[in-house]
Design a binder for this molecule. Structure first.
Ligand code: SAJ
Length: 433
């Protein structure tokens, strides 16, 4: 007989997965007076966290709480047994073929199932497609334990909405949605989140609805980016500056939300989440033609950027074959080192296929760079391709580039002052401008 969770001591919360979602949550839970324990499979990360030498926490308020807090990390899943609440924050990526990869999630659930007790509230924060809670997580948790969801233990889904580095929207003030297997689980989960965040909490009618909210949020972003990426490709033939047009449309104070074209959509959310919905719907017989088309358009931007480079070099009578091209940026967005699903890798592959001699530099990604400074990257490179709008690239001047022999600039993030470069005699090509 499994004992009831020990409920007569300070409430303990266990966070499974100490990444960009789990770690800030574990620190917040500690700050709010719970006993906070983080469980991760990475021994090195666990050691650094307990030694308080974790170099990747950059947000000052999180660092302060982390240093002074009593949060502990461990690789031992047994530490969840006497927790009242277990929050799952493990990655939910896709495979090369864009099929959802639920292995990290299933492994976490199997570890939890071995220690599940009556009274446990299990909360999933990782992004999944509708149906994963009902069809994957609950069978694992019930299957090996004989415990019944909604009666012996509770399952809720509160999709993460963290935006690392965002100073305005933080883990404490971002509104959340919560769905659960039943009313009792919903109430427990809402009570927990109300105790740690100040933002609105919207109860959803089911686990599936909560799963669908997160997928819809990020798919909404992907299709809107595809919309402006297609405009950028068409406007590049029409000789219209798409960024000026978007900024013109954005003066309309309602019913328009600006997105911006670029050399590709990277990250662990936007290019991934739509596939979770596309594949799930396919299993039940529905083809998301529009979402799939938007994905194809966004995936096309890397080839479009490489072709832009070939055409621009041709205009300067420089064959790309054997020409040194500097790719600036590997990270999927500015001022971070995260390269997951970054378009940079496919752009490099396409340029190499055209015969370019590619050098790569990203100040945040030294192991992926082929040179160790921006100067080294641009020196004797007739062309540069900006893939990430890091500040250091945005401060490049036409004079500096011309001095180093650069005569073609492909601005994959439309982040440079186009007219200054054109006036200086550089052949400037943006994405749609
Ligand atoms: N991108 C464009 N055009 C745009 C916006 C983004 O090409 O108009 C590209 C970026 O360059 C990047 C990719 O899309 O390669 C993703 O950019 P992102 O700003 O969406 O950044 P993410 O992936 O960190 O998205 C997160 C998401 N947050 C969560 O899932 C909790 C997303 O929902 C947020 O909208 C986004 O942050 C944000 O607004 O910053």
């Amino acid at each position: 007989m499994r004992n009831r969770v020990n409920t007569n001591k300070k409430k303990k919360v266990a966070i499974i997965g100490l990444g960009y979602v789990g770690l800030p949550l574990a620190i917040l839970v500690d700050k709010k007076g719970y006993e906070s324990i983080g469980v991760d499979i990475d021994e090195n990360k666990v050691k650094m966290l307990n030694d308080r030498t974790f170099p990747f926490i950059t947000e000052k308020n999180i660092v302060r709480q982390f240093q002074k807090g009593s949060f502990k990390a461990t690789t031992d899943f047994d530490s969840i047994i006497d927790a009242e609440i277990i929050v799952i924050c493990v990655p939910t990526p896709v495979y090369e073929n864009n099929m959802p990869n639920l292995e990290p999630l299933k492994s976490a659930c199997e570890n939890i199932a071995l220690r599940l007790r009556k009274g446990h509230l299990v909360i999933l924060e990782s992004t999944v497609n509708p149906g994963v809670c009902d069809n994957v997580i609950i069978p694992i948790l019930e299957g090996k334990t004989g415990l019944k969801c909604g009666k012996d233990f509770y399952l809720a889904h509160c999709p993460e909405r963290l935006n690392p580095g965002d100073k305005k929207w933080t883990i404490e003030n971002i509104p959340r949605v919560i769905g659960s297997y039943n009313e009792k689980g919903l109430k427990k989960a809402i009570r927990f989140y109300k105790s740690i965040i100040s933002a609105e909490i919207k109860p959803m009618k089911s686990l599936k609805e909560a799963e669908a909210v997160k997928i819809v949020e990020n798919t909404f972003r992907d299709i809107n980016i595809a919309f402006v990426n297609e405009l950028a490709m068409s406007f590049s033939y029409l000789g219209i500056d798409v960024v000026n047009v978007i900024e013109g449309a954005a003066t309309k104070p309602f019913a328009f939300m600006p997105h911006y074209p670029g050399c590709g959509v990277g990250g662990h959310c936007i290019p991934v989440d739509p596939y979770y919905l596309i594949e799930y719907a396919k299993n039940v017989g529905f083809d998301h033609d529009f979402l799939s088309l938007a994905r194809r358009i966004n995936e096309k931007m890397t080839e479009f950027t490489a072709q832009l480079t070939v055409r621009a070099l041709n205009e300067r009578r420089i064959p790309i074959n054997g020409t040194r091209v500097a790719v600036l940026g590997l990270a999927y967005k500015p001022e971070i080192d995260d390269c997951r699903e970054s378009p940079a890798f496919k752009i490099i592959k396409h340029l190499k296929n055209y015969g370019a001699d590619v050098v790569v530099y990203d100040p945040y990604v030294s192991d992926g760079s082929t040179v160790s400074s921006l100067e080294e990257a641009i020196k004797n490179s007739p062309a540069i391709v900006i893939v990430t709008a890091h500040k250091v690239f945005k401060s490049l001047t036409p004079q500096e580039l011309l001095r180093n022999g650069v005569s073609v600039v492909i601005d994959g993030r439309n982040c440079l002052p186009k007219d200054d470069f054109i006036k200086a005699g550089i052949l400037y090509k943006g994405i749609g401008r």
